[in-house]
Ligand binder design. Structure first.
Ligand SMILES: Nc1nc2c(ncn2[C@@H]2O[C@@H]3COP(=O)(O)O[C@H]4[C@@H](O)[C@H](n5cnc6c(=O)[nH]c(N)nc65)O[C@@H]4COP(=O)(O)O[C@H]3[C@H]2O)c(=O)[nH]1
Length: 577
């Protein structure tokens, strides 16, 4: 049997068993319960008058119950009239059911549940302050979808928006565009001014980009110094969509005209911008971004601070070069390269030496010209191991010549690419190869190009002098085709200028070939360098370069590039004849 001293009625004291007393006790208990729950709680009667309010509701709604009980709720909270709460209260009454929702009610985010009581024709309303949960949800969203440094949408949000834009294109039939933006000189700024200044630049760029485009366009940080602008809602017509995207790209470019002020210093930065237009047939998000990225590379290649539109041929070229790169790596591992040697001759007919020219002995394609694969090797950095292989093989050959009576005096010219030359250990590598092969340093001539020399002139001069100390000579290849700057020529320890074959070919034609040959010869004399004409094919060209004072030449007239054994036969035949 239940212990009566523990029953609620026993605790309520004596004489409290009348229906009135029971009701009063129940009301008191209910009130105590309603005051202790964590929800805010309100009751309205059927005339919208507030009939009850607990302490938590007082706190959340910032009012005192004695001032509001009995008053019309819409008079107490006039700002709510017509708003979401107003509509929800009416809906609950009309539908005679409960309604719950989340809504911002300044300055709080509230979860609200409204229950209609048909019998009493009133409403019971519960509120819960969910501001803290909302704030942490917002923070999680911010971290997941926005870039911390710039506050811009991040790559993930951009991908979502492009996906969405592609779906819309399919449904509505309009088109959109992606502008892929890369800062041209960001690495240099980061390296010279420090990462904190680099970060400031990225933040300023983010602001400029946002003000350069419409508020409805997405500006996202893709990563590092790469930004993407997504334009939706362009015309369905391809030509006018392209024109619209180009116009936006020009605005973006224009936003970089003014310098950025970073820690009191004016800093200029320029963008390379690639554009791709997309419509319902654009494929996947990745396809679209890849095209924009390719177009951006095209813009960079065109000289920076430029805008380029995606061109499908470009994609084919890139695909071919990716395939070629893989093939080159394999070729290097399987030693499919060989050197051919083209004689370099004095105009008096004396054989001076040979230029080592790289050939790729491809298992399917036969001999492949370096003109086809050197640019890819340069772009991918493969030129470094490849150039090292050339240097070692040519020096081995040079050492062999040094031991033969008829070939002892021959020089070996070796092409050196900019990538290879600007490696910090270049001098050490050349010295190591000379030591390893036993080739005479005094008969090794490195052929450098003008563009190579222009980059970091001081470092270049230093390397050249270090090598010259052991006897290595230098020729300037393809002279006249690059950014000739006469001002640096006299600072460099060069032994020879090579006139590019394009000028030799022009000698008898309409062009300025003859005049250019004359100028280069005069320059060589003034700077005490020998001048060698490349690509001499005819007797007339030979006569001209002799008359102009070139000391040496190479070209089909004398000999094509030859494999080592054929060159040995060639030399022996000449010695014999
Ligand atoms: N039309 C015509 N052409 C002539 C004549 N005489 C020689 N040539 C060609 O002209 C090029 C001369 O080499 P280059 O200017 O250094 O130009 C070279 C050089 O820049 C690069 N290259 C070749 N081997 C190497 C290498 O080992 N390392 C690097 N970095 N580049 C190389 O590839 C370029 C092309 O090499 P090749 O195809 O061997 O082409 C060679 C040679 O075969 C002629 O009378 N008429």
């Amino acid at each position: 049997m239940q212990d009566s001293t523990h029953s609620p009625s026993a605790q309520d004291g004596a004489g409290g068993n009348t229906p009135e007393h029971s009701a009063a006790r129940l009301a008191a208990r209910l009130t105590a319960t309603l005051e202790s729950i964590t929800d805010a709680f309100l009751m309205l009667d059927r005339d919208w008058n507030l009939s009850y309010m607990n302490g938590e509701a007082e706190r959340l709604l910032q009012c005192r119950r004695e001032q509001v009980i009995g008053r019309n709720v819409w008079q107490v909270f006039p700002e709510a009239v017509g708003g979401p709460y107003y509509r929800a209260y009416h809906k609950a009454v009309e539908s005679n059911s409960s309604v719950s929702f989340e809504e911002y009610y300044a300055p709080l985010n509230l979860w609200t549940e409204i229950r209609a009581y048909p019998s009493e024709e009133g409403l019971a309303i519960y509120f819960l302050d969910i501001s803290a949960r909302k704030a942490s949800e917002a923070e999680i969203h911010q971290l997941a979808f926005y870039d911390r440094l710039t506050g811009l949408p991040n790559r993930q949000l951009l991908l979502n928006r492009i996906e969405h834009a592609l779906t819309l294109c399919g449904r509505i039939g309009h088109s959109g565009a992606v502008l892929f933006i890369d800062l041209d000189n960001f690495k240099a700024i980061n390296d010279t001014r420090g990462h904190d200044k680099g970060d400031i630049l990225l933040q300023l760029v983010a602001q400029r980009l946002q003000s350069a485009v419409r508020a409805s366009d997405t500006v996202a940080r893709f990563g590092g110094d790469e930004f993407v602008v997504l334009l939706e809602d362009l015309d369905a017509d391809a030509a006018s969509a392209t024109a619209g995207a180009q116009e936006s790209a020009r605005k973006v470019q224009h936003a970089f005209c003014q310098p950025f002020e970073i820690a009191g210093v004016q800093q200029y930065s320029t963008p390379s911008i690639g554009i791709t237009i997309f419509d319902r047939d654009a494929g996947s998000v990745d396809d679209v971004l890849q095209r924009a990225d390719l177009a951006m590379y095209q813009a960079k290649a065109a000289g920076r601070n430029t805008i380029a539109c995606f061109d499908p041929e470009m994609q084919l070229r890139v695909a071919a070069s990716v395939a070629l790169e893989a093939d080159l790596r394999r070729a290097l591992a399987q030693e499919e390269f060989v050197l051919h040697y083209q004689p370099q001759v004095g105009v008096d007919g004396r054989l001076a030496g040979a230029e080592a020219l790289l050939r790729w002995n491809h298992p399917q394609r036969g001999l492949v010209s370096p003109a086809e694969f050197i640019p890819v090797a340069e772009d991918t950095g493969l030129i470094v191991p490849l150039g090292q292989w050339v240097l070692r093989s040519a020096c081995r050959q040079l050492a062999q010549w040094a031991g033969g009576a008829a070939t002892a005096a021959l020089e070996m010219a070796v092409n050196v690419s900019a990538h290879q030359f600007h490696r910090p250990d270049f001098v050490g590598q050349v010295l190591a190869v000379l030591a390893e092969t036993g080739a005479p340093a005094g008969r090794l001539k490195l052929e450098l190009t003008e563009s190579l020399l222009l980059k970091d002139v001081a470092g270049t001069v230093e390397k050249m002098f270090l090598l010259r100390e052991v006897g290595v000579g230098f020729a300037l290849d393809d002279f006249g085709t690059g950014y000739s700057s006469l001002s640096y020529l006299h600072r460099l320890p060069l032994d020879q200028l090579k006139i590019d074959r394009s000028f030799i070919q022009e000698i008898s034609g309409e062009g300025h070939g003859a005049a250019i040959v004359r100028i280069i010869v005069a320059l060589g004399q003034a700077l005490d360098m020998t001048v060698l004409a490349e690509g001499v094919e005819t007797a007339a060209q030979f006569d001209f370069i002799v008359a102009e004072g070139c000391q040496a030449y190479q070209g089909y007239l004398y000999s094509r590039p030859l494999p080592a054994e054929r060159l040995a036969e060639f030399i022996a035949a000449r010695a014999g004849g």
